[in-house]
Design a protein around this ligand. Structure first.
Ligand code: EPU
Length: 451
C-alpha cells in the first residue's frame, strides 16, 4: 500500500456542476500529430492530466518547442527543429503511457528513424502491439526489438499500402493515419476503428493538409501528401470523464451537470443511463446577450429517486458501449434491483476491479462465458470477461487499492456511495486521466480529505 491515500466519507449524494475539457484520448494524439507539420500548431482546452505531461515531455525530447498559449488550456507546438532524442531522454517516459508507440510514423517521416521505449498504460489485458508493427512493416519500416524498446528505420521511405486490421483497434488505426498522411501514395485501411476521437484526429490532420476519406463499413482511404502545415483545433470533450461523473451521480443518488459534455458522442451511454432509470437533460449553450453572461452547455445527470432497473450491456467498439464506460456503470448497477449483465468484449481482463466492489458488499460474479449478446473473441480463451451484478446492495466502506485508471475512478464512486469512511490508496493514478478530480469532488459536495 502507498501513502498516497484519499479518505472518503461516503453516503453523500453528489450535487453540482463540473466541467470536462478536451478528451484525453484525442488530445494526446493531436499533440503527436503536431510533429508532422512544418509550422506551429495550437490546441485548445487541453486538460491538466499526466498523459498530457508525458506526451509533452516526449515531444520536447524530440526538439518540439511546447509553450502555454495565451488562453488557459491552450498549448502551442513548434516542430521547426525536430531532432533525435537520446535513449535516456526517451526512457524517462518508459512505462508511463501507451502514446509513445504513436510517434513511430511521425518520427520516421521527420528523422528517418525512431526509438520507442517500453510502453505503459493500464494493466487491463496483455495489450499487444502486433497490429501496429505489422502495419508499420507494410509501410516499409524495419522494426528491431531490443530489451530497452523498439528501434525503427525506413531505409527506402514509407509507401502507402493496403492493410486490414484483425480487430478495429483505436491505437492501430491512429498509427496508420499518422503514418499514411505523409507516405508516398494511397493507403487503404480496412476494419478501421471509427471512434469519435479518431474522427476528430482526422479533422486535425485534414486541417494540416491531409486527404483522408472515411468510407462506410470501416474503410479509411488516405492519399499521401508531400507536406503538412500546422493546425488550430478545439478538441472534442472527454466523453469518458463525462460518463464517469454521470455514473457517480447515479450511484450516489445525486444530480451532476457535466458542462462541456456532448450528446452526440454519448448517445449509446445515454440510452443505457435512461434504461437503468437515470434521468438526464441536455443543457444547451446560451450565448451571451446584453446583461446576461450566457452559459456553456452540457448534460445534467440525476437519480430521480425510486429503484434503478437492471440491464444487460455489452461493451464494443464505436458505436457500441465503450469499454471505458463499463467500470463506473457497474458501480451504479450494484444499486439496480435484479440481475444486470456486463459482457466486456474489448479487453479480456477488465473486470478484476469487481473483487473490491464485492469486498464492499456488492454481489458480482465473473464468468469465462460470453453472457448476453454475441459470442466474442474471448469466449474460448478462458478469460473472465462477463459479469453478473445482483442488486441492490448496500455498499459499506473499505480500504481500497487503485488498480488502473478507470477501475480507480469506479473505486472512488463506490467509496462515495458506501456508508462509512473508506481509504482509497494510489489515487494519484487517477490524475493520469481526470483533471483536478479532487477539486471537482469537493465542488460536488463529496466529503473527501487527504489524511
Ligand atoms: N489489440 C491487439 N493488438 C494491437 C492493438 C490492439 O490485439 O496491436 C487489441 C487490444 O489488446 C484490445 C483491442 O485490440 O483487446 C482494442 O485495443 P485498442 O488498440 O483499440 O486500444 P488502445 O488504442 O490501446 C484506446 C484508449 C483506451 C480505450 C481503447 C478502446 C488511448 C490512449 N487509449 O486504447 O483508453 O479503452 O482505445 O476504446 O486512446 C483509458 O482511457 O483508460 C483507456 C484504456
Amino acid at each position: 500500500m502507498t501513502d498516497d491515500v484519499l479518505v472518503v466519507h461516503g453516503g453523500t449524494p453528489l450535487h453540482g456542476q463540473i466541467r470536462v475539457r478536451g478528451a484525453k484520448n484525442l488530445v494526446s494524439k493531436a499533440m503527436v500529430a503536431a510533429l508532422l507539420g512544418d509550422g506551429p500548431s495550437r490546441l485548445f482546452d487541453v486538460p491538466r492530466i499526466r498523459d498530457v505531461e508525458v506526451v509533452r515531455g516526449l515531444l520536447e525530447a524530440h526538439g518540439v518547442k511546447v509553450t502555454d498559449g495565451a488562453i488557459e488550456g491552450e498549448l502551442v507546438f513548434d516542430p521547426a527543429n525536430v531532432e533525435g532524442a537520446t535513449t535516456d531522454e526517451i526512457n524517462v517516459h518508459a512505462g508511463s503511457s501507451r502514446i509513445p508507440i504513436l510517434l513511430c510514423g511521425p518520427l520516421l517521416h521527420r528523422l528517418g528513424h525512431a526509438f520507442i521505449p517500453d510502453l505503459g498504460g493500464c494493466h487491463i489485458g496483455p495489450r499487444p502491439i502486433d497490429f501496429h508493427m505489422r502495419a508499420l512493416r507494410e509501410f516499409g519500416a524495419a522494426v528491431e526489438k531490443a530489451p530497452e524498446g523498439l528501434h525503427l528505420t525506413a531505409p527506402d521511405g514509407l509507401r502507402g499500402t493496403k492493410f486490414e486490421l484483425p480487430y478495429p483497434s483505436v491505437g492501430a488505426t491512429e498509427q496508420v493515419l499518422l503514418t499514411a498522411v505523409l507516405a508516398d501514395g494511397v493507403t487503404e485501411l480496412r476494419n478501421a476503428a471509427v471512434e469519435p476521437e479518431i474522427i476528430d484526429l482526422i479533422c486535425v490532420l485534414q486541417k494540416m493538409g491531409a486527404i483522408i476519406k472515411v468510407h462506410t463499413d470501416r474503410v479509411i482511404e488516405i492519399q499521401g501528401v508531400r507536406r503538412l502545415g500546422g493546425y488550430t483545433h478545439r478538441p472534442m470533450p472527454d466523453r469518458i470523464e463525462a460518463a464517469s461523473w454521470a455514473a457517480a451521480a447515479l450511484a450516489t443518488g445525486g444530480d451532476v451537470e457535466v458542462l462541456g459534455a456532448e450528446q452526440v458522442d454519448m448517445m449509446t451511454f445515454l440510452n443505457v443511463f435512461r434504461s437503468v432509470g437515470g434521468e438526464f437533460e441536455v443543457t444547451d449553450v446560451q450565448p451571451p446577450l446584453a446583461g446576461n453572461p450566457g452559459r456553456q452547455g452540457g448534460i445534467r445527470f440525476w437519480h430521480p429517486g425510486g429503484e434503478l432497473r437492471p440491464v444487460a450491456i455489452e461493451t464494443d467498439v464505436h458505436p457500441g458501449f465503450m469499454t471505458d464506460w463499463q467500470q463506473p456503470m457497474v458501480v451504479a448497477l450494484t444499486q439496480a434491483r435484479g440481475l444486470s449483465i456486463m459482457h466486456e468484449t474489448v479487453y479480456e481482463q477488465r473486470l478484476g476491479y469487481t473483487d473490491a466492489l464485492n469486498k464492499m458488499g456488492a454481489t458480482i460474479q465473473v464468468y469465462r462465458d460470453c453472457l448476453g449478446g454475441t459470442p466474442c473473441r474471448f469466449g474460448r480463451r478462458n478469460f473472465k470477461h462477463s459479469a453478473v451484478i445482483a442488486g441492490p446492495s448496500k455498499l459499506h466502506a473499505a480500504d481500497l487499492e487503485i488498480p488502473d485508471l478507470r477501475a480507480g475512478f469506479s473505486h472512488l464512486i463506490a467509496a462515495l456511495a458506501a456508508e462509512g469512511t473508506s481509504r482509497v490508496y494510489g489515487v494519484d493514478l487517477i490524475n493520469r486521466g481526470y483533471e483536478d478530480f479532487e477539486a471537482k469532488l469537493s465542488a460536488l459536495g463529496a466529503r473527501v480529505e487527504r489524511p
